[in-house]
Design a protein around this ligand. Sequence first.
Ligand code: GYE
Length: 331
Amino acid sequence: MKKAIGLFAAGAMVLALSACGGGAAAPAGNGGEGKGKSLDQLVVGFAQVGAESGWRTANTKDIQDSFKEAGIQLKFSDAQQKQENQIKAIRSYIQQGVDYIAFSPVVQTGWDAVLNEAKAANIPVILTDRAVDSKDTSLYVTFLGSDFILEGKKAGEWLVKEYEGKNDAVNVVQLEGTTGSAPAIDRGTGFADAIKANPNIKVVASQTGDFTRAGGKQVMEAMLKSQPKIDVVYAHNDDMGLGAIEAIEAAGKVPGKDIKIITVDAVKDGMTALSEGKINFIVECSPLLGKQLIDVVKTLNEGGTVEKRIVTEETTFTQEQAKEALPTRKY
Ligand code: GYE
């Protein structure tokens, strides 16, 4: 009999959707009949995006540690933020006949061909962290990660509140994540949605910094030259925000005061800058997905089914909250 197993992890929650029981066959692409292997015989191939940010480094470490702890073999590859490298890695995992493939798609589009190859080889695919836009959702078992639209919304809502009751123009510049990636698209959408009822708050410039510190610095330097008045920076991750801080200081301005900064992630370096007053608000995005990924693999191996969407639970941090949270922050 198939069983539906809830997946719980520290700081993470399962979206309670309908559990399918009653012996119903697992839908195609949802693990099929299960591999039924002992854990030390299981092999999982993981195609990582790259090492572009503090978030990514923490995510990689958490995944590697979780597999070690579970005693499941992990084949790991780093695509250096290039889709073609990720596709190559996935093809090589298919060729090696791994039991499961997990990956964090660098961009949303262009995965159908390789995912169909995995399906034909009967290798279930688990999406971690970022989504794909494939219409055929049987190409993957589940998407495990954050709600990026909600993250963008939280950033925008803080800003609206910060300027509540004031009608002066608030000029925002946006440092976007990797073009075409789910978090860049969704964090932009959620933010725009949250500020749209306030015409005085305007995004006057928006450009990609590719989720890196160097990218954020470079884009911010250019924006400081081209924009006559910048009140707020909204960066799609901490690293770009930290790069922007360097550019703002080099231009003789005070980050957090002359120009307010909002970021997403809440990794250690971001939280430190927040506690020092250089960032004003951070929306948390948890990179600790390893435990949940292991739970998915184990459940599928036993022939169980998992929810199609598993959402990570997250919070937000003000400067005061960052000071409190920092000493016990794991990443
Ligand atoms: O926010 C950013 C990283 O996909 C959620 O990618 C992830 C994002 C994260 O480079 O720092």
